[in-house]
Design a protein around this ligand. Structure first.
Ligand SMILES: Cc1cc2nc3c(=O)[nH]c(=O)nc-3n(C[C@H](O)[C@H](O)[C@H](O)COP(=O)(O)O)c2cc1C
Ligand SMILES: O=C(O)C(=O)c1ccccc1
Length: 383
């Protein structure tokens, strides 16, 4: 038997390092065993009756790969070009807030793992550690900053400026979460880590945020938490407001949470540099369309003018092959790396990323494609 790829070879050679389950389902199950119910449910659960999160996965199954034969896939290229940089793989770590609830090193461990695997890390506004500390953990590796647009727009502007100064190379504005959705598990547990000051590291270290407080967060953490709760999201935002953020930075701006083709059109009209098709892993609008089903129409209206990325339901290599074949330039992995983090910190995240890349490379090759540029809709059949 021959090994299909270098990453796979590494997976086999490092069997003793295989410290976490390989399958997503077992990974989730094991994370459930080691974590307390509150943080586990915060990560695993979704909005409402959790219909959308289930359909995110089910809809991937509706798209089936029809592999091609005799295509010489002995040498393969997984790299892509994005905003003037070469990415080794069409994969990024999704922005995930408050990672310290599953592991004390939180985002710092995930960011180090992403850097080691040459996977860009998207740092969340709602991180436990500040964006500067996360940047420091990554050296010169590619990183993006995700913005939750505060209702105090000077706070939002300050974070964007800090991100640019700290070497982040793109800004992702998440549009689908101006407020937290109805998440039944979190309500049952009465669990919101932010109320214990977890996940607000970017605010506590922000000069504009701190200037709004009478006393420093060290002297009066309750007031800081209250202010955070007041200004976290901004449901009043409209397309016109994008101009303000664009004025704060020269970095490319992506909009995350696009599902409707008309919103994709508006995004282009308003001069953004990229979009991320996402339903936030089913955590916001329960009943929302699965992201993989929204992707083809969005890609049709975008028609190659700007890169379209996607997340929500990426679990295995075949999911990446399908998303890219439907027009995504790259995908974001979410919950799987949180479970890797919960089980084994930095090494766990590394293993999740390495397995996903190896699986993607093999699935692409066995489908008869030697580079991501060759993936298109002719490879898929919808049932
Ligand atoms: C625990 C958790 C926290 C998240 N925090 C953020 C966040 O701070 N900012 C953001 O844009 N998206 C956030 N997301 C959404 C992810 O970026 C991504 O859209 C989602 O995880 C994709 O779904 P999947 O994990 O089921 O694949 C979060 C998701 C989870 C599971
Ligand atoms: O939990 C989430 O999905 C999320 O996006 C979020 C929102 C606010 C703070 C932290 C995470």
């Amino acid at each position: 038997m021959s090994f299909g790829n270098q990453v796979q070879l590494k997976v086999y050679q490092n069997l003793e390092e295989n410290i976490i389950p390989v399958s997503f389902e077992e990974l989730e199950e094991k994370a459930k065993k080691v974590l307390d119910a509150k943080p586990f449910d915060y990560v695993a659960a979704s909005a409402g009756a959790e219909v959308t999160v289930k359909n995110n996965s089910k809809s991937f199954e509706k798209w089936q790969i029809v592999p091609r034969m005799l295509c010489d896939t002995s040498k393969r290229d997984l790299s892509i070009e994005l905003f003037g940089k070469t990415l080794s793989y069409p994969l990024l770590c999704a922005p995930i807030g408050v990672q310290s609830i599953v592991h004390p090193e939180g985002e710092l461990a995930s960011a180090r793992a992403a850097a080691a695997m040459d996977v860009p890390f998207i740092s969340s506004t709602a991180s436990t550690y500040s964006l500067e500390k996360t940047a420091e953990a990554m050296g010169d590796r590619n990183r993006w900053f995700q913005l939750y647009w505060s209702s105090d727009r000077e706070v939002a502007a300050s974070m964007v400026r800090r991100a640019e100064a700290a070497g982040y190379s793109a800004i992702v504005i998440t549009l689908d979460t101006p407020m937290m959705a109805w998440r039944e598990k979190d309500i049952e547990h009465a669990y919101l880590p932010f109320l214990q000051a977890e996940g607000i590291g970017n605010y506590l270290s922000d000069p504009v945020f701190c200037s709004r407080l009478e006393k420093s967060p060290q002297e009066d953490i309750r007031s800081a938490i209250m202010l955070w709760a007041q200004i976290f999201g901004n449901p009043a935002l409209t397309w016109k407001d994008l101009e303000f953020i664009k004025m704060q930075t020269s970095l490319p701006i992506l909009l995350k949470g696009i599902l409707h083709p008309d919103d994709a059109k508006l995004a282009i009209e308003h001069g953004v540099d990229g979009i991320i098709v996402s339903n936030h892993g089913g955590r916001q609008v329960d009943g929302a369309i699965p992201a993989i089903d929204a992707l083809p129409e969005v890609c049709d209206v975008v028609n190659g003018q700007i890169p379209v990325l996607m997340d929500s339901g990426i679990r295995r290599g075949a999911d990446i092959v399908k998303a890219l074949s439907l027009g995504a330039k790259a995908v974001l992995v979410g919950r799987p790396y949180m479970y890797g983090l919960a089980l084994a910190g930095e090494a766990g995240v590394k293993q999740v990323l390495r397995n996903l890349i190896a699986d993607f490379d093999l699935t692409m090759a066995l489908s008869g494609k030697k580079s991501v540029r060759e993936l298109d809709r002719s490879l898929l059949k919808r049932i």
